[in-house]
Ligand binder design. Structure first.
Ligand SMILES: Cc1cc2nc3c(=O)[nH]c(=O)nc-3n(C[C@H](O)[C@H](O)[C@H](O)COP(=O)(O)O)c2cc1C
Length: 334
């Protein structure tokens, strides 16, 4: 199943393998694309993955995790981002972008959050957002989505996982507001609506969630399924299921595929396609997860950092099926 094509709206994927979004933190403190980025993403495209989701890309300078985050808060960012898209397209994959605001986990000055609760003693205490701040941030996401379309991305993923701003609004542990945004679903819903006003309906819109916070009282896969069912009519096409990141006290049991159970629940309860994974380091395991209906697509993260050509080099042995080998590299094929 892993190597079977799958169509989701505009994405006519050649296989079910996705490169997970992974921050590289090598931008120039202004969010601009560096020579590293098109090479990094283009290499993974050569390596045979069907869809690449670019790292968390900040919609506002104060919403960066670090000064090295890629940015999309300026029109001037678009031309560099186009180079990433071109490197991915030229080498046979689709290009997705993950839009993020780091909220209270920003390690640059000016962190904001739903409530003034620091993530850890080492993090700054964020400013509690006013309603005006919230409305401005919704617009930041909308303008970023417009730029992502201008840059040519095929897929947009809203980062609502890992304890960043969207997740902070969703969680009772980090959203203690008493105004309308104390309704934990409201900020998320408003951002989805704003993005969908400008992100073409024919292009896939995905959301990444944390299926568990690994502490009592956190957001759960069941609660998220309810949220997704209430909002999917706005134009959510795909759910990327991760976990954790909101609470420093989390205790995670790590094992290959440790996030798949959350993807499976969300897939079953929402009937939307899901991307699942976590610590997957071989294709047979990934294939079995699809057979078990745990997800529709599998993301690979760290495996593709250490071995960008893993898929083309190992599909044959692990899946007993060949994938097209890059023509210029044929003389190196084993
Ligand atoms: C270096 C690195 C950077 C990451 N950056 C992001 C990110 O920008 N956005 C995100 O949603 N997840 C991020 N993650 C999490 C990955 O997308 C993925 O969910 C996680 O690594 C588990 O998959 P894996 O075990 O296959 O690596 C990052 C992980 C790593 C290792």
């Amino acid at each position: 199943m892993l190597l079977k094509p799958l169509t989701i709206k505009n994405l006519k994927l050649k296989n079910r393998l996705v490169m997970a979004p992974m921050c590289m933190y090598v931008s120039d403190d202004q969010g601009f694309v560096q020579p590293f980025h098109p090479i990094h993403y283009g290499t993974r495209a050569i390596g045979g993955v069907g869809l690449i989701i670019q790292e968390a890309t900040a919609v506002h300078p104060a919403g960066r995790i670090t000064g090295g985050d890629l940015g999309i808060w300026l029109d001037e960012h678009i031309s560099g981002l186009k180079e990433i898209v071109k490197a991915i397209h030229d080498n046979g994959a689709y290009a997705g972008i993950q839009l993020n605001h780091a909220g209270r986990k920003a390690r640059v000055p000016g962190a904001v959050a739903p409530s003034a609760i620091p993530y850890s003693p080492k993090h700054q205490t964020p400013k509690e957002m006013t309603e005006a701040d919230i409305l401005a941030t919704i617009l930041d996401f909308q303008k970023a989505a417009l730029r992502a379309n201008q840059a040519g991305y095929d897929m947009l993923e809203l980062h609502a996982a890992h304890g960043y701003l969207l997740h902070e609004f969703l969680s009772p542990n980090t959203n203690h507001r008493t105004d309308v945004y104390g309704d934990r679903k409201k900020f998320f819903t408003d951002v989805v609506k704003a993005i969908r006003e400008v992100w073409p309906m024919e292009k896939v819109f995905a959301v990444r969630f944390s299926g568990s916070e690994f502490v009592p009282n956190g957001v759960t896969d069941l609660w998220l399924a309810e949220l997704i069912n209430e909002t999917k009519h706005l134009g959510i096409d795909l759910i990327d299921v991760s976990s954790g990141g909101n609470m420093i006290e989390q205790e995670i049991d790590l094992y290959p595929g440790y996030q798949l159970p959350f993807a499976k629940t969300i897939k079953a309860l929402t009937k939307l396609p899901t991307i699942g994974g976590g610590l997957i380091d071989n294709l047979q395991f990934a294939n079995q997860a699809l057979i078990n209906e745990e997800a529709d697509l599998i993301y690979l993260g760290r495996l593709l950092l250490r071995e960008p050509y893993y898929i083309i080099n190992h599909a044959n042995r692990e899946l007993k099926e060949d994938v097209p080998y890059p023509e210029p590299y044929l003389r190196g094929k084993k």
